[in-house]
Design a protein around this ligand. Structure first.
Ligand code: SAM
Ligand code: FES
Length: 348
């Protein structure tokens, strides 16, 4: 067994045995990485072309009732400056985004208990009425199946809920008061209801091992989400993980590329965390097989309060600045910007 043969096998068969993934993670070297990234780009281009789908991200509330050990907006962080955008501001941010060309809006927030189904439904209906031919992605954490179904019926197209780690023991340590089984149940409900579903995980978390990444890859292989967000853990000074060290982006890039080979059709963001951990992180993510970016279109005065980790990029920049900046970065990789709605290939 050698790494390059395993990578070629993965690109043909889109799956490997767990011990084969582990062998790759434990033994990969620079020349194998070049091969892996090139296979990943080839798989992406064969499905979607050498294009990057753009999504406008609105971070509409940083209130959160959860206490995830790593996250800067966790409930116990009394230093977080909390805000919640009203419907008018969110619709107005989306309209600004539309004028910049965006046709997908990602509405993300903490698990804010004041966000009711009725409020979300009327928000989604307004956006869909006032901005024709757009897609809405929601990312507001764990809710009941009934709630997800109502949101789907109201017009939400996609839902992002990272599984965070597929190691149940690690998951439960990172998320006091939460349950891995419920997270998984939410993901299965979302898929069953009909959403395009985004799973995903962090890399470089305290205690996370190559064996854990293997579990993530096997989970993706089996669950087959439409989207997969993979980003490096970056510490935040007001969390229990304030002294943990970020592990850099190499492991993230490797896992993005492996994910592309497992799910050639998936929509894979080159995440903000990648760009925050490395000045060229988003470009490197695209060169490793990613094909989505999610520039921030939150009003600038709120952007700087949605701080999940230190050194988050773009917090002082206007949406229009990011729109131009990201285009230059995308084109520097040889890819081009795609401003279409950008559904998963299986959606007509
Ligand atoms: N509340 C929603 C949820 O749980 O899915 C969405 C918001 S949550 C803040 C968005 C994502 O931020 C999480 O899924 C997590 O992976 C990521 N995140 C939080 N803290 C982070 C950190 N310190 N470093 C990198 N990513 C982080
Ligand atoms: Fe925001 Fe570059 S994308 S400044």
């Amino acid at each position: 067994m050698n790494v390059s043969d395993l990578l070629k096998k993965l690109s043909k068969e889109n799956r490997l045995a767990p011990e084969e993934y582990l062998y790759i993670l434990d033994n990969i070297e620079k020349t194998d990485l070049d091969l892996l990234f090139s296979l990943a780009r080839h798989a992406r281009d064969a499905t979607y072309g050498s294009k990057v789908f753009m999504r406008g991200l609105v971070e509409f509330s940083n209130y959160c009732e959860r206490d995830c050990m790593y996250c800067g907006i966790r409930h116990s962080n009394s230093n977080a400056d909390r805000y919640r955008l009203d419907t008018e501001s969110i619709v107005s941010s989306c309209k600004t985004g539309r004028s910049l060309g965006y046709r997908t809006f990602v509405l993300q927030g903490g698990e804010d208990p004041t966000i009711t189904d009725d409020w979300l439904i009327s928000l989604v209906k307004r956006i869909k009425t006032e901005i024709p031919d757009c897609a809405i992605t929601l990312s507001v954490g764990e809710r009941s199946r009934e709630s997800y179904k109502k949101l789907y019926d109201a017009g939400v197209d996609r839902y992002l809920l990272r599984h965070e780690t597929a190691n149940e023991t690690l998951y439960n340590k990172l998320h006091p008061g939460m349950s891995f089984k419920n997270r998984m149940n939410c993901l299965f409900n979302l898929k069953d209801i009909g959403f395009q579903v985004g799973a995903g995980f962090m890399t470089g978390l305290p205690g996370q091992t190559n064996e854990d990444y293997v579990r993530d890859l096997v989970f993706l292989e089996e669950f087959r989400p439409h989207m997969v967000g993979i980003g490096p853990f970056i510490p935040h000074g007001d969390t229990p993980f304030k002294n943990a060290e970020g592990k850099g982006i190499d492991i993230t890039l490797l896992l993005v590329a492996l994910t592309r080979l497992i799910l050639p059709d998936s929509l894979l963001p080159s995440t903000t965390a990648l760009g925050s951990a490395d000045p060229k992180g988003r470009e490197k993510g695209l060169l490793a097989g990613a094909n989505v970016v999610m520039p921030n279109i939150t009003p600038t005065e709120n952007k700087e309060k949605y701080i999940l980790y230190e050194g988050k990029i773009c917090t002082g920049d206007e949406a229009s600045h990011c729109r131009g900046c990201i285009q230059g970065r995308i084109e520097s990789t040889g890819m081009s910007v795609d401003m279409s709605v950008g559904h998963h290939k299986t959606i007509i």
